[in-house]
Write a protein that binds this ligand. Structure first.
Ligand SMILES: [Fe+2]
Length: 295
């Protein structure tokens, strides 16, 4: 396996390795896992991707999420990200599917609004528009390391509230359905996720974050907005331009990402698998101390 660095200080392309190699071979998995912990974002190109192969690769890294209510693929291990409707045509821009796609264009990390947050997401390109539709990434590990030590210390001991309805509400009122709101109550997470494998901290931020525990609402929101702006400053991102056969995997503990727009009317189909964070990934350290004591 060759590891070729990609982005501004993070990200790497894995060459001479396939999804099946990682799924079936312990040494290939160990090398891919080490690269994941180190680089936060992995790209594999020219893959022969099926749902089964993608899931077998994903399972290596931990337990796959079951897709939530209200998303395409609900009840399975796959999230279907598309604006192609049931009739095979691209949906109009005011359709719920198109609006949800716009919500994906806000900087976020996947699943911070769930009871169990995500370690990793694995995304494969199945139908790609002629241009646009890239996925853009930043390292929240590097963003954390750029902050002054006093603020780093403050954030290590701060907790933010994350809510799916909040991020969707930025696109349109009522975009999160009552069913989703009932299934996804707000979650409170430490604002820094320290990776147990290497000890490095990363800002844990997302468009889902709306308040900081113990801070007045406007001040907490401003802190989240300022940190997001700093983490996504010009020159800090890696823009992935999708080609057929691409698979991208990222560490939701140490990155944020956003989808980029593409011409309305052009179809795009991406399939995501998502791996839940476990104790070994540091999830227990992310909960407020009162919750940890209760467990
Ligand atoms: Fe996402």
């Amino acid at each position: 396996m060759d590891i070729v660095p990609l982005g501004p200080g993070f990200g790497a392309e894995l060459r001479a390795v396939s999804l099946t190699d990682v799924a079936c071979d312990d040494a290939a998995y160990a090398a891919a896992r080490a690269a994941f912990e180190e680089h936060s974002l992995l790209v594999l190109r020219n893959q022969e991707v099926t749902d089964e192969i993608q899931l077998a690769f994903s399972r290596r890294f931990g337990p796959p999420e079951v897709t939530k209510v209200g998303s395409q693929g609900t009840g399975t291990n796959f999230v279907i990200l598309t604006t192609i409707g049931a009739d095979g045509k691209v949906v109009p821009s005011d359709h719920r599917m198109a609006m949800r796609n716009r919500a994906n264009q806000l900087w976020h990390t996947d699943s911070s609004f769930k009871r169990v947050p995500a370690l990793a997401s694995i995304l494969s390109a199945r139908i790609i528009p002629g241009h646009g539709g890239e996925t853009e990434f930043v390292s929240t590990r590097l963003a954390f390391e750029r902050l002054d030590p006093q603020l780093q210390k403050q954030l290590e001991n701060s907790f933010a509230w994350h809510d799916y309805a909040h991020s969707r509400g930025q696109i349109a009122a009522g975009l999160a359905t009552p069913e989703e709101i009932a299934a996804l109550p707000p979650q409170c997470w430490r604002m820094v996720w320290r990776n147990p494998a290497n000890g490095r901290g990363a800002l844990y931020l997302a468009s889902h974050a709306y308040a900081v525990e113990g801070m007045e609402a406007a001040a907490g929101k401003k802190l989240i907005d300022d940190l997001t702006a700093a983490a996504t400053a010009p020159g800090t991102s890696y823009l992935h331009q999708w080609r057929k056969g691409d698979v991208v995997m990222w560490d939701n503990r140490a990155t944020m990402h956003r989808g980029r727009p593409w011409p309305a009317g052009e179809p795009r189909l991406m399939i995501r698998t998502t791996i839940s964070a476990t104790e070994g990934d540091g999830v227990v350290t992310m909960r407020p101390p009162s919750w940890q004591a209760a467990e």
